[in-house]
Design a protein around this ligand. Sequence first.
Ligand code: SF4
Ligand code: SF4
Length: 465
Amino acid sequence: MEAVVNNNEGPILPSKGKKRKWIYAKKPSGKLYNYRQWVGYSLLLFLFAAPFIKIDGNPFLMFNIVERKFSIFGNMFFPQDLHIFVFGMLIIMVGIVLFTAVFGRVWCGWTCPQTIFLELIFRRIEYWIEGDWTQQKKLNEGPNTDARAWKKLLKHTIFILISCFISNIFLAYIIGVDELLNIISDPIDQHLGGFVAIVIFTGLFYAVFAHVREIVCTTICPYGRFQGVLLDDQSMTVAYNVERGEPRGKLSKVKESKNGDCVDCGLCVHVCPTGIDIRNGVQLECVNCTACIDACDEVMQKIGKPSRLIGFYSLGEVEGKKNFKKSYTRQILYSVILVLLTSVFLFLIFNRADIDGSLLRATGSTYQTQPDGRISNLYTIELINKSGKAIPFELKPTDSNYTLQLVNQIDTLTKDGSAKMSFFLITDKKNIDTYKTKTSIQIHSEGKEVNTLKTTFICPPGAKN
Ligand code: SF4
Ligand code: SF4
């Protein structure tokens, strides 16, 4: 198979002095589009439901960057959990690179929220109100009638309402659904900042889905711009089989026709949401939505030719590279790496201690000699509650030779709260061998040990004797 590879980086953008070419995409249909709808609507359901789901009183997902509180699967994360967060970000980045290297830009066409919102919500409303692409074009290029004004008013009102809904959901991910409900139900002046945020995000989403549209994918989104470096010979992408399709030409009844299978119907171009012609080769503007595969398969079926004149092919096949051999080793290897990384991440999340903290010897102090001759060290402990509920706790020395004497008594951590305490560790000189002895403090809660913090105990040299 051979094809032209067009790495044309110029999107369909209004260059200087030129007007932007508005894309009227034909309503897609077909097997892959049905699958895409299943995937897309399931993801939308998850996206809309996730902030409302609570586990032990914590949101299923929340990314409160303002208060630096995050919730993943109902587990609260604080700045102290930075390592888990960084690891999570690393997995996402590695995942994107590996996934793209293997499956190309499938993320863009099938799972990216931008595409799902645009193709499965906004564009469908447009089809419903203004009709398919030819009717939309006619309406926009036609005279300014009352019917046209009403249609536009209805469409944009619905667009604004949906944008407002998305804006609320977006905010629920950031500040949590309880705070969002407060903003909605309380008088505006009590949550002016929140109200302004909703208005700004509504405007932003409306602008993106009603006007900017495919320019987000072809120009603004950095992921799209990285495709060139992320893809290689083995990467799968939507491509046109030039060898089979060319020379293109109208369907001929003549048996000896030298034409290829492409009947030049243009349907693959009409359905394309980014307005490209996939027959010109692999292009960065292609979001791998597969609408052109469906369109072409339907044509092939009608004319009695095999399907997949446009299909999923590896770049090596498309470019017609000599000695190119399809291999699945990399796909398997990358998937194994991703599964391993994700397992470690999940392990870190679900095995995190309910109470975390830091334990330090009091600044500037070494040891004290008690009236009864025993040696004591003064410590400061800072605890943070990560259990998502109020939790009782108790401190115990791991080594039974030590006695723990609290300076200030705190025995419960409030939900998401923290506590700072001081205490003495006291022991008999005879228990100590060295100047600095390693020891630790256990944190117990509801009958079980939830964490152990390490420290050292200082005792004067030769104290044992
Ligand atoms: S070329 Fe095909 S797969 Fe690519 S964006 Fe256009 S319709 Fe979607
Ligand atoms: S849909 Fe298929 S047959 Fe029609 S122009 Fe595109 S590639 Fe050719």
